[in-house]
Design a protein around this ligand. Structure first.
Ligand SMILES: [Ca+2]
Length: 300
């Protein structure tokens, strides 16, 4: 578990206790310059073959003084050490930092990047911003990428959630500007529209979302987890967890229901518990008496 503003990394134990295992160096969050505000220590992904001895790799996304980075550290089961830059040069700007990182079923690392408030970058195949990247553990373009570089799909504004269903399809949430937030079915090389389109449009070459929300009506989606081919999407402004079943076609979304509206404040982290029909769910950015919490939820 990562903490944005302290850059602390915690190990959550099955009994609910937690242990701080280190911090990710060089993290710069909430810079006084408004153009560089927000950010901090964002996503975390453990190598799928991690064993603490021959494979100690744990990957993070964080904002530093001059941009956003993907980095690698070593975790031996007790503490974090080392710091290797995997990707640097992702432009940082305000609150559009993306920052989710996850290993796909193909063993490659997928990274969401925000447009960094440079919305034209989202349409530039040679920019790292406004994208889903697909890379090797050393940060190189993964084999088979559509444009011969690290870009996997483009035209995104501030995607923070990634998850794969049982057929290996990738779903991602994208936070829109003021009109529409989106859930997208991500395919290699596709253009998800930003900034030409926000929500659904009819521009040739742009792929429409599978679901949209108005920000003030349960929107601003953060992360995505999938349990038994049902998507669970946490929301920040919406302060609720959406349940979105994948429909019989496998490419659309059935009736949406939501849970916990306002109960825990803004919800950001959501992850499937391995080997169980359960979710971890975390609140984020709550202040005062409503301290942030991590919940463990059993899917009925
Ligand atoms: Ca879009």
């Amino acid at each position: 578990m990562t903490e944005r503003y302290t850059s602390a990394v915690w190990l959550l134990k099955p009994d609910g206790s937690r242990k701080k295992v280190g911090t990710v160096p060089n993290t710069v969050a909430a810079d006084p310059d408004p153009a560089m505000a927000d950010g901090g220590l964002l996503g975390v992904a453990v190598s799928p073959t991690w064993n603490g001895t021959t494979d100690k790799d744990v990957f993070f996304v964080h904002t530093v003084a001059d941009g956003t980075r993907v980095v690698k550290m070593r975790f031996d089961g007790t503490s974090l050490s080392g710091y290797t830059v995997v990707i640097s040069g992702i432009k940082r700007g305000g609150d559009h930092n993306g920052g989710t990182i996850a290993f796909g079923p193909d063993g490659y690392l997928y990274v969401t990047t925000g447009d960094g408030h440079d919305n034209k970058a989202a349409q530039d195949k040679n920019s790292l911003n406004g994208k889903i990247l697909r890379i090797t553990k050393s940060g190189a373009a993964a084999p088979g990428n559509p444009f011969g570089n690290r870009v996997y799909s483009l035209g995104l504004r501030n995607p923070e959630g990634l998850a794969w269903d049982s057929r290996g399809r990738l779903w991602a949430a994208d936070i829109g500007r003021t009109a529409w937030d989106e859930l997208n079915l991500i395919e290699k090389g596709r253009n998800y529209g930003w900034p030409t389109c926000e929500g659904t449009c009819s521009t040739p070459g742009m792929t429409n979302p599978k679901m949209v929300w108005k920000p003030a009506e349960g929107g601003v989606p953060a992360q995505v987890a999938i349990v038994n081919d049902v998507l669970y999407v946490s929301t920040l402004l919406g302060k609720r967890l959406w349940r979105l079943p994948i429909d019989a076609s496998g490419t659309g979304i059935g009736p949406a229901t939501s849970y916990y509206q306002g109960t825990y404040g803004r919800l950001r982290a959501v992850a499937k518990v391995p080997g169980a029909d359960q979710l971890w769910l975390g609140s984020s950015g709550n202040t005062g008496t409503n301290k942030d919490v991590i919940l463990k939820v059993t899917i009925g």
